[in-house]
Design a protein around this ligand. Structure first.
Ligand code: PLP
Length: 394
């Protein structure tokens, strides 16, 4: 008799996330298989993590070789994977220095510490960071405070002070919220978890201009948008702005847990003793991240995201013309949301699971589509056919 793994989870695991009733056993490219060997097309990619799909050899070979060589030492010493990864990230971005941690939230913790110290030194003790409503920056205590969604904050008050929230895509709101206490502005190039909200083309460049004028840092959270998802390696390239600092995570490790923050030399105010991490920059995750990043760059995977994103968007717009309960389709590259005029995401997910298509419910009335960037047009069409047959039953 096979083990009832969902029962095992219920008995032993803290219930903090509503999972789909699927136990995934293995993956390959855009597909995963559950413990009963049912096949699924994966349009979630580990929450925008598996940009090269599941078990891509560029990543698994690095992990395998590194696992046989050196898994972890501490930052008391240098290691090759960490330095190779630092070099490729600095060479392919507008930032000058990097620090590695273990997750997106941890990367943002680091970049916020950098901003606070920058304010202390350069703006007479300024410490506030302006972030946007509907943003998502992670689940640590400071990042719950940074995230502009009251839903995630209510149970954890009093919140860590120092974060000011303004409407997204509104430059004047940032101008009005800036005071002599402001050290930085922190924004996502496209809001992911907040519902895939794409700003106006000039929003980020106007915010950057304001920050420069005020002498405050312009920081981008590229945890979800970085590593090619929007159609360029980094989201800031699409909006033609140069951030002072960025946070990375998710797809950076191609599935291995790693986060990073990067900054320009001019604002790298951290000194020995200010920040650190036992596992941050460990050899195994850095090798995976190096393999993934090298492949993404060498094979122009961001351009593929743009091309496949256009095909997916066209197919979704076709569906919109057939199903009038679809109220909006928005996104960029392969980060797309389909919004409905009703709270039907849960129903859509459970029906699409049965059809063999994995989706993410980003809101009760919106699904998020974020497949591997290596997806083929054939797989996109298969996914669209599944979606169409699900929509017919709604
Ligand atoms: N920032 C953004 C934009 C994210 O989308 C997320 C996760 O969804 C995070 C930060 C937090 O990353 P992690 O879950 O790795 O801590």
């Amino acid at each position: 008799m096979s083990v009832n793994w969902i029962k095992v989870e219920k008995k032993n695991y803290m219930f903090t996330v509503r999972r789909q009733p699927i136990v995934i056993a293995r993956g390959d490219g855009t597909r995963v298989w559950d413990v009963d060997d049912k096949e699924y097309l994966d349009f979630t990619a580990g929450w925008a993590v598996n940009n090269l799909g599941h078990c891509h050899p560029a990543i698994t070979e690095e992990i395998t070789n590194q696992a046989k060589t050196l898994v972890q030492t501490s930052n008391q010493f240098y290691t090759l994977p960490q330095l190779r990864l630092a070099e490729i990230l600095v060479e392919s971005s507008v930032l000058d220095k990097v620090f590695f941690g273990n997750s997106g939230a941890e990367a943002l913790e680091g970049v916020c510490k950098l901003a606070k110290k920058y304010g202390k030194i350069n703006r007479d003790g300024a410490y506030e960071i302006i972030t946007a409503f509907n943003s998502f920056h992670g689940r640590t205590q400071a990042m719950v405070a940074a995230t502009g969604q009251p839903l995630y904050q209510e149970s954890f008050k009093p919140l860590i002070p120092g974060f000011v929230h303004v409407p997204y895509n509104d430059v004047d709101a940032i101008i009005d919220a800036t005071s002599d206490k402001t050290a930085a502005v922190l924004l996502e190039p496209v809001q992911g978890e907040g519902g895939v909200n794409v700003p106006h083309g000039t929003y980020l460049s106007r915010v950057k201009e304001w920050c420069e004028k005020q002498g405050i840092l312009f920081i981008l959270d590229e945890v979800q948008t970085g590593m090619g998802r929007l159609g360029e390696l980094f989201g800031y390239q699409i909006f033609d702005v140069e951030p002072d600092a960025i946070a990375l995570g998710k797809a950076l490790g191609g599935g291995a847990p790693i986060g990073a923050f990067m900054s320009k030399d001019e604002c790298m105010v951290l000194e020995p003793g200010d920040h650190g991490s036992t596992f941050g920059g460990n050899a195994l995750s850095c090798a995976a991240a190096f393999g993934s990043t090298r492949y993404i760059i060498d094979n122009n995977i961001p351009a593929r995201a743009k091309e496949m994103g256009a095909i997916l968007m066209e197919g979704l717009n076709n569906l919109r013309s057939k199903f009038n309960f679809i109220s909006d389709i928005r996104g960029m590259g392969l980060l797309i949301a389909v919004e409905f005029d009703n709270e039907i995401s849960a129903d859509i997910l459970s029906k699409s699971n049965k059809e063999g298509l994995l989706l993410n419910a980003v809101k009760p009335n919106a699904i998020r589509i974020m497949p591997p960037l290596t997806i083929s047009s054939l797989e996109i069409n298969q996914g669209l056919e599944c979606l169409e047959s699900v929509f017919k039953t709604v």
